[in-house]
Structure formats: structure tokens, C-alpha cells
Design a protein around this ligand. Structure first.
Ligand code: MG
Ligand code: MG
Length: 261
């Protein structure tokens, strides 16, 4: 059984550097997330940008994963392969990115709307991002992992959306996936106690329809059972007293999106 790896203040600053490179990479990706772009082009751009900035793509080769980004359009939940899929108006596309920089891991994901998307998809993106924010609010000392899960699940289900249970958030920093697991569901006051020095990836995966997912024979791709869209937002977060410290950032992505709209 692996144990929770508590980080020093210095280590958390190094994880922040790595998570910031993830954030900037997603910002670069945002510049070409538009109709006509192939998802493989996003992957190439990300890999080049990460390496040019002294990092290593954390997903590439992880348990044999073939790419630098996980790119999951529409009904794909997570772990999709970049490839020949051409983005079209109305798609939603989840982009998950991990980086190793100076030996430390950052992990963050953003779901983009391509052009004009359905009202349902719009609401799904808004609510999933709010789920992440509500989870982060609970990432403070004295709370428990179940408080994060409860906050995420409660907000998603209030809107009639399905919470993916088979995949969870995780400790992060020294490795890509550490203890504890951080589920997007749970009971208040249950599970591992959150303490200073813990760094976790909180990552709600929320389906517009039912919660059920299927695992593809490619060994990676996960999609919704009912074919409805799914969204995924993720931040790397340090647990603190009073208020969580978000080490990754959507500001680079959102600056680009604001310019394009
Ligand atoms: Mg991720
Ligand atoms: Mg993650």
C-alpha cells in the first residue's frame, strides 16, 4: 500500500511551476481549438511547447499511453487518443494535460466548446466547472476527501447530470497518481482527512445524461453509455488552512477564449 506523500513548502512551489506549465500549454492549445483543427495537431503543439519550456509530457508513455494530451470529444469522458478527429462547430472537447518539470508533476484539464454548442452542452460545461470550484472550496485542512466528493456530486445532480464514479481525482506531485483517491461523489465528513502538505488533483467528470460509462477495447478511451456528452475540468490544488491554493490555472486559456469571442 502506498502512502500519502506530504510535500514541503519548497516542493509545493516546484509543483506550482509544473502546474503553471500545464496551464500555459492549455493556453497554447486554446489558440487552435477551432473548427477544422485535427486533435492530433493539438497534441503536437502541446508536446513541442512543453519540451521547449524544459518539461516532459507526463502522459506520453504512462502505462503505454501514446500521446502527450488526452483528448476526448463529445461523448468521450476521458483518456481519448488525439488523432484524425476534425473539430466541428457544436463539438465539446476535453483536453487533459500533464507535465513533469524539475521532477515534479502538474495535472489539469479543460473542456472547450467549439463554435456554437447546444444549450445542454453549454449548461454541462458551466456546471462541471462550478463542480470543480465547489470541490476546491472544500480542499482545506480539517475537511475530508468525502466533503470534496459530496460538494461535486451535489451540484452536478442538482442539475440532473450524471457523476462518473469509475474514475477519480488523486494525489499528485512526486508521481502522476498518488494517494489519496479523490472521488467526485461521497459522504460529508467521510474519508481521508485533508492536511497541510497534501497536493491533490480534483477533476469532476460529469455526464449530461446518465452516469454510466464504458471502457473501450483500446484499453484507454472511456465514453458515456447513453452517447450523451461529458465534460471534465481539473486543477492541481494544495490543501491549506482556510483556503485552498490552486497551483494550476485557467487564466491562460480564458484569456485566449475571451479574445476569440
Ligand atoms: Mg488530468
Ligand atoms: Mg488527474
Amino acid at each position: 500500500m502506498s502512502k500519502i506523500i506530504y510535500k514541503t513548502a519548497e516542493e509545493i512551489e516546484l509543483i506550482r511551476q509544473s502546474a503553471l506549465l500545464v496551464a500555459k500549454t492549455l493556453g497554447e492549445v486554446a489558440k487552435i481549438v477551432k473548427p477544422g483543427t485535427k486533435t492530433i495537431e493539438l497534441d503536437k503543439l502541446a508536446e513541442t511547447f512543453i519540451r521547449d519550456n524544459g518539461g516532459v509530457p507526463a502522459f506520453l508513455g504512462f502505462h503505454g499511453f501514446p500521446s502527450s494530451l488526452c483528448i476526448s470529444p463529445n461523448d468521450q469522458v476521458v483518456h481519448g487518443f488525439p488523432g484524425e478527429h476534425v473539430l466541428i462547430d457544436g463539438d465539446i472537447i476535453s483536453v487533459d494535460c500533464g507535465v513533469i518539470l524539475n521532477g515534479f508533476y502538474g495535472d489539469s484539464a479543460y473542456t472547450f466548446a467549439i463554435g456554437e454548442v447546444s444549450e445542454e452542452a453549454k449548461l454541462l460545461l458551466k456546471v462541471t466547472k462550478e463542480c470543480l470550484e465547489k470541490g476546491i472550496e472544500k480542499a482545506v485542512t480539517g475537511m475530508r476527501v468525502g466533503d470534496i466528493g459530496y460538494a461535486v456530486q451535489d451540484h452536478a445532480e442538482k442539475h440532473g447530470f450524471g457523476v462518473v464514479k469509475e474514475l477519480v481525482g488523486h494525489g499528485v506531485g512526486v508521481k502522476l497518481h498518488e494517494k489519496p483517491e479523490v472521488p467526485n461523489y461521497g459522504k460529508r465528513g467521510s474519508g481521508v482527512k485533508l492536511e497541510e502538505g497534501m497536493v491533490i488533483a480534483i477533476e469532476p467528470m460529469i455526464n449530461a445524461g446518465k452516469a454510466g460509462v464504458k471502457f473501450w477495447k483500446d484499453g484507454w478511451t472511456v465514453s458515456t453509455v447513453d452517447g450523451k456528452p461529458s465534460a471534465h475540468f481539473e486543477h492541481t490544488v494544495a490543501v491549506r488552512k482556510g483556503k485552498a491554493d490552486i497551483l494550476s490555472s485557467f487564466s491562460y486559456v480564458e484569456e485566449v477564449l475571451a479574445k476569440n469571442n
